[in-house]
Design a protein around this ligand. Structure first.
Ligand SMILES: [Mg+2]
Length: 153
């Protein structure tokens, strides 16, 4: 029986990634090799990337990944694994809404509204719009917003 295909994105899924940098493919993410090996037990894995595919093939070989097809073209697959995907579930409205605050996991940040004189934290938000609303409601020059990398617990 032929295996079904799974497409796996490269940047941010297999490598450490903080935004595109030509020629810098980064280091493998912890567990990425084991992830690919587990997938390959059940599926044919195709790497789908917007990078030049020769660079990705070299990176995979240099980092001892199994040999896989690498492509820049979307191929038929049962699922696509991608750090920048928003799943379409039949509602355009939901997609637009999710898109508004969408960030890939590696670009997560949250916002601290604080008093610059006392350094007292007033509130923490995932959403810049909420932070701005609260900040403006103080009508004080001493209240500011600080972006903090990472995820709000
Ligand atoms: Mg990606």
């Amino acid at each position: 029986m032929t295996k079904k295909t799974i497409c796996v994105d490269f940047d941010g899924v297999l490598n450490e990634y903080n935004g595109y940098e030509e020629g810098n493919l980064g280091e493998p993410l912890t567990g990425s090799k084991e992830f690919i090996k587990e997938l390959r037990g059940k599926y044919k894995v195709v790497i789908l990337t917007s990078r030049p595919k020769e660079q990705v093939i070299d990176w995979l070989n240099n980092n001892c990944f199994p040999s896989m097809k690498v492509t820049n073209r979307k191929v038929p697959a049962v699922a696509y694994i991608d750090d920048r995907a928003i799943q379409f579930n039949g509602s355009y409205k939901k997609v637009i809404s999710r898109l508004k605050n969408f960030k890939p996991y590696w670009a997560k940040e949250y916002y601290r509204v604080y008093n610059i004189v006392t350094d007292e934290t007033i509130a923490l938000f995932n959403d810049i719009y909420d932070a701005t609303r609260v900040c403006n409601s103080y009508q004080s020059q001493d209240v500011r917003i600080q972006r903090i990398p990472g995820e709000l617990e």
